[in-house]
Write a protein that binds this ligand. Structure first.
Ligand SMILES: C[S@@+](CC[C@H](N)C(=O)[O-])C[C@H]1O[C@@H](n2cnc3c(N)ncnc32)[C@H](O)[C@@H]1O
Length: 220
């Protein structure tokens, strides 16, 4: 069992401003742990977590893959999150390189077909569009959950860029809620971008039914 990263350095004040790892975070850790052997075999060079929050997931990935061979890039719209991500890397002796920005904006063109592991635990809770856009504009803790119509408005923005970011052997792990209409996400990614998908793990957590979907390029 791979230990959960040490987050004891995060203060109450930090967790008022940044997403406190929860069931969705831990389901993503479990999916990565389940795939650990395959991930190590792939020897990923560039890992990119969008919306890294506390940095828990990237630090965990760092534990799986080790520091020496991979670069761990992280983005978050919330500047407190990028500060916590950096601190979580230090606390767990993994160098994480966080950037405060929306999705992958300043990095996309540089990372074209270069990302071996892409991770996103998005704001997936269905809200009205106004709430999601106000959360995005304020770049605060509300941006951790407010997902707009069907909980998909922020996720959809990233889905458009996934094919461009993924390397030929790249894998994209997405956290989704059943209400996000997972079959439609999967068929859209196949039809529009030729990315096939698998459900790696799924779990009920209170009122939520959560899934981790893995996307890869269709085999030639
Ligand atoms: C559900 S939280 C997940 C945090 C962390 N990855 C985890 O699993 O615990 C979603 C994260 O996405 C970030 N986020 C929301 N909109 C974003 C955007 N447009 N670009 C980058 N990050 C965003 C939020 O600030 C938050 O940290």
């Amino acid at each position: 069992m791979i230990p959960t990263p040490d987050l004891s350095h995060l203060t109450r004040d930090d967790l008022e401003q940044v997403y406190d790892p929860a069931e969705d975070t831990f389901l993503l850790l479990d999916a990565l742990e389940q795939e650990a052997e395959e991930l190590r075999k792939e020897r990923p060079l560039i890992c990119l977590e969008v919306g890294s929050g506390s940095g828990c997931v990237s630090a965990f990935l760092g534990r799986i893959l080790g520091q020496s061979s991979s670069l761990y890039l992280c983005t978050d719209i919330n500047k407190h999150a990028t500060r916590c991500t950096l601190a979580t890397g230090k606390q767990n002796k993994i160098t994480l390189d966080p950037v405060t920005c929306s999705l992958t904006r300043p990095l996309s063109s540089r990372l074209r077909h270069a990302v071996d592991i892409l991770l996103f635990n998005p704001p997936y809770v269905p809200t009205d569009t106004g709430e999601a856009s106000s959360a995005q504009n304020s770049a605060n803790i509300a941006g951790s959950w407010a997902g707009g119509t069907d909980g998909m408005e922020i996720t959809n923005l990233l889905l458009r860029d996934v094919e461009c970011l993924l390397s030929p052997r790249g894998r994209f792990y997405l956290v989704a809620l059943k209400q996000n209409d997972v079959p439609s996400i999967r068929s859209r990614m196949l039809e529009e971008f030729g990315l096939t998908s698998q459900i790696v793990i799924e779990r009920r957590a209170g009122k939520e039914f959560l899934l981790i979907i893995r996307f890869t390029r269709t085999s030639p």
